[in-house]
Design a protein around this ligand. Structure first.
Ligand code: ATP
Ligand code: MG
Length: 614
C-alpha cells in the first residue's frame, strides 16, 4: 500500500456530522465515507480492518461447527408476514416493491429465511444439530442512526442460527456460541461484560448480550459485585414489594394543594399545608406519580398507557421501550390531553385510572408499590391531591410494569447486594429463540420414534461493522486512530522522509523485505510531502509500528516508533526487519496464548480478558 497511489485522502477537518471522536477519526483517516445518513462506504483501509474482524468471527464460528452460507438482503414479504414481523418491524423495515408491484424488503435479520431453508432441505432428527451462519449486510431504518458505523441503517452482522430437536440440544448450542463469543471478543481486544438481556420483540427466553464497556454506549447495564449478577437495565426485574399492613392507615381524604403540578411543588405544599401527624417531612418517595404515554402499535393504532410509580423515580425511556415493544411510545401531547379531558394534567390520579376506570386507560404500577401501601397522589382535579390512598383498599391497577429507572445502589434483584451502573455498546447478542419461528413457519422433523416434532432454535448476532467503530472508539487518542495489532490494516507503516534518493531506495528495499517476510506494509513514498505531514498522517492512520527512514540512514540507523506507547528507538538498518517481525510475533503469540487458554466457565458480569493494546 503505497501512499503515492493508495486510494486515500486524509482530512484535516472533522466531518460536520460526526459526534464521537472515533467516528471523526475513521472519516478523517480515510477509512470510511458517508454515503447517506447511517450508510457508509468502506474505503480500502477501512475494508482491510473490516475483513480482519470478519476473519476472527469466521474462524470462531467454524471452530464450533458453524457452516457459512449467504442469504440475499433483498427478500420476499411472505415469510415475514407468516411470523408477523412484516407488521411488527414497523418503520424500521426498509420496504420496496418490484416492477410488478410485489412487496419486498431489505432484511433486518434472517430468522425466517434460515428456518425455511432448513425446512426445505432437512427432515430428520439425524440431520440435527445444525448451526448455520452468514456474515452479511443488514438493513434497518433506525430512528436515530448514530456515530457512523455504531448504529447504521446499512450494517454488517454475523448472524447464526442453531437447530435442535430438544431443549437440551438448544442449551448446548447456546453454550457453544457463548464460548465462541468469549473468544471472539477476547481476540478483538474488547473490555466487555456479558449481561442478561431483554429478549424483546424476538420472543424466546434465555438471552444474553456482550457489551463493550464504554462511556459512549447507548446501553446501560447493572452489576452486583457480590454475586456477579449483571444485566442490561432493560432486563432488570425489580421484585414485587411484599404487602404491608394498612389496618391503621387513616381513610383517604382529598386535600387542597394549589399550584402543585410537579412532585417538588406537591411535596412543598404537602409539608406547608398538610404536615404529617408523625412529625416526619413528606418526601417525593411518599407520592405516587402517574405518567401517561401514548403507544403506537405496529399496525398504527394508538393506545394511551398510564404508569404509576413512586414520585422520587422517573420512567426510564429504554426500559419502557423494551416493555412496550413492538409498540413504540411517546410522551402525552397537548392534543392527547384534549382527547382525554378526564385527565387533569399535573393531578392525574388512580381515581380515573385505576378505580372507576372512567378513563378506560390501562394502568400499570411499578412493582415497588406494595399492596396496602399509602400514597399522596393526584385527585384528578386541578389543585387537589388525595392523601393516604391505599393500594388494594382504595384503588387497584391492571398489573405491573418494569419501567422505573434503576439507580446506583439499588438492591440487586438476587438480593446479594447493591447494584452499580455503567454504560456499554451492544456488540453481540445470543438467545434461545425456542420454537416461535419453527412453529410459525412449520419447521418439523421426524424424531427417533418417527413422530413429527417442532425444531427448537437459537439466534446469535455479532455487530461486525459496529465492532470496527467500537474498537476505534476505545483505542484512539488525541492525534489519531490506534489499532490493536489484530485489527490494524497493516503491520507496519514505513515513512520515507526528505529528498535524499538513498532514503527512498533503502525504504523501497525494506518494504519489499518486510512483505517477503509475510508482513503487510503501508509505505509513505510520496516524494514531495513534508516529513511533518507524513508523521501526522502516520499517527492518524494508527498502524501500531511506524518505521521512519530519514537523516539517520547516513549513520546506518532508522527509527522504530510504537504508535500506541509513543516509545521510539534507533535501530541499525540491518536489524529492522527482524525487530518488526519480533514485535508482531510477540503480540501474535500473546494473543494465541490467551486464545488457547482454557476458558473458565464464563459467568455473568465477567469482564473480558482484555488484550491491552497499550
Ligand atoms: P440495538 O439494541 O443496538 O439496536 P439490536 O438488539 O436491535 O441492537 P440485534 O438484533 O440483537 O440488535 O442484532 C445483533 C447485533 O447486530 C447487535 O448486537 C449489534 O452488535 C449489531 N447491530 C444491531 N443494529 C445495528 C445497527 N443499526 N448498526 C450496526 N450494528 C448493529
Ligand atoms: Mg439485541
Amino acid at each position: 500500500m503505497r501512499l503515492s497511489t493508495l486510494f486515500l485522502r486524509t482530512l484535516r477537518e472533522d466531518p460536520a456530522d460526526a459526534e464521537l471522536p472515533g467516528h471523526k477519526l475513521l472519516v478523517r483517516a480515510g477509512y470510511i465515507r458517508r454515503a447517506a445518513p447511517g450508510v457508509y462506504t468502506w474505503l480500502p483501509l477501512g475494508l482491510k480492518v473490516l475483513r480482519k474482524v470478519e476473519a476472527i468471527v469466521r474462524e470462531e464460528m467454524d471452530a464450533i461447527g458453524g457452516q457459512e452460507l449467504s442469504f440475499p438482503a433483498l427478500l420476499p414479504r411472505e415469510p415475514y408476514e407468516a411470523t408477523n414481523r412484516w407488521t411488527e418491524y414497523g418503520d424500521n423495515l426498509f420496504r420496496l416493491q418490484d416492477r410488478k408491484g410485489v412487496d419486498m424488503l431489505l432484511g433486518p435479520t434472517h430468522e425466517e429465511m434460515f428456518t425455511l431453508a432448513v425446512k426445505d432441505m432437512f427432515s430428520s432428527y439425524k440431520e440435527l444439530p445444525l448451526t448455520l451462519y452468514q456474515i452479511q449486510t443488514k438493513y434497518r431504518d433506525e430512528a436515530r442512526p448514530r456515530a457512523g458505523l455504531l448504529r447504521g441503517r446499512e450494517f454488517i452482522m454475523k448472524d447464526s442460527y442453531s437447530f435442535d430437536v430438544d431443549d437440551a440440544g438448544l442449551e448446548a448450542a447456546y453454550q457453544r456460541h457463548r464460548a465462541a463469543y468469549v473468544k471472539i471478543f477476547d481476540r478483538l481486544g474488547f473490555d466487555y461484560v456479558i449481561v442478561y438481556a431483554d429478549s424483546g420483540a424476538m420472543g424466546g427466553s434465555a438471552s444474553e448480550e456482550f457489551l463493550a464497556v464504554s462511556p459512549v454506549g447507548e446501553d446501560t447495564f447493572v452489576r452486583c459485585e457480590a454475586s456477579g449478577y449483571a444485566a442490561n437495565v432493560e432486563a432488570v426485574v425489580v421484585p414485587q414489594a411484599a404487602p404491608v399492613d394498612a389496618s391503621s392507615t387513616p381513610a383517604a381524604r382529598v386535600e387542597d394543594t394549589p399550584d402543585s403540578p410537579t412532585i417538588q411543588t406537591l411535596v412543598d405544599q404537602a409539608n406547608a399545608m398538610h404536615p404529617r401527624a408523625d412529625g416526619r417531612e413528606w418526601t417525593a418517595a411518599d407520592t405516587l406519580k402517574n405518567v401517561v404515554v401514548m403507544l403506537t402499535h405496529p399496525d398504527g393504532t394508538k393506545e394511551p398507557l398510564a404508569i404509576g410509580l413512586p414520585g422520587d423515580r422517573d420512567v426510564d425511556d429504554k426500559r419502557l421501550e423494551a416493555q412496550v415493544a413492538p409498540a413504540e411510545w411517546a410522551p402525552f401531547e397537548e392534543e392527547d390531553f384534549a382527547a382525554y379531558p378526564m385527565l387533569a394534567k399535573g393531578y392525574i390520579g388512580p381515581g380515573v385510572l385505576g378505580l372507576e376506570k372512567a378513563s378506560k386507560i390501562r394502568y400499570l404500577l411499578d412493582p415497588s408499590v406494595a399492596e396496602g401501601s399509602a400514597w399522596v397522589t393526584g385527585a384528578d382535579e386541578h389543585g387537589k391531591h388525595v392523601f393516604d390512598l391505599v393500594l388494594g383498599r382504595d384503588f387497584t391497577a391492571d398489573g405491573t410494569i418494569q419501567a422505573a429507572e434503576i439507580r446506583e445502589g439499588d438492591p440487586s434483584p438476587d438480593g446479594a447486594g447493591p447494584l452499580t451502573l455503567a454504560r456499554g455498546i451492544e456488540m453481540g447478542h445470543i438467545f434461545q429463540l425456542g420454537r416461535k419461528y419453527a412453529e410459525a413457519l412449520d419447521l418439523k422433523v421426524l424424531d427417533e420414534n418417527g413422530k413429527l416434532v417442532t425444531v427448537t432454535m437459537g439466534s446469535y448476532g455479532v455487530g461486525v461493522s459496529r465492532a470496527v467503530a467500537a474498537v476505534a472508539e476505545a483505542t484512539h487518542d488525541e492525534i489519531g486512530l490506534c489499532w490493536p495489532r489484530a485489527l490494524s490494516p497493516a503491520d507496519v507503516h514505513v515513512v520515507a522522509t526528505g529528498k535524499d534518493q538513498d532514503v527512498f531506495d533503502y525504504a523501497e528495499g525494506l518494504v519489499a523485505e518486510l512483505e517477503t517476510s509475510g508482513l503487510e506494509a503501508i509505505y509513505d513514498d510520496r516524494p514531495k510531502v513534508s516529513p511533518g505531514v507524513k508523521f501526522k498522517d502516520a499517527e492518524l492512520l494508527g498502524v501500531p509500528t511506524i518505521v521512519v527512514v530519514g537523516r539517520g540512514l547516513a549513520d546506518g540507523t532508522v527509527e522504530i516508533k510504537d504508535r500506541r506507547s509513543g516509545e521510539r528507538r534507533e535501530v541499525p538498518v540491518g536489524q529492522v526487519v527482524d525487530e518488526v517481525l519480533a514485535e508482531v510475533r510477540a503480540e501474535a503469540r500473546l494473543a494465541e496464548v490467551a486464545h488457547a487458554a482454557p476458558q473458565a466457565e464464563a459467568t455473568q458480569g465477567e469482564a473480558g480478558s482484555v488484550t491491552d493494546p497499550a
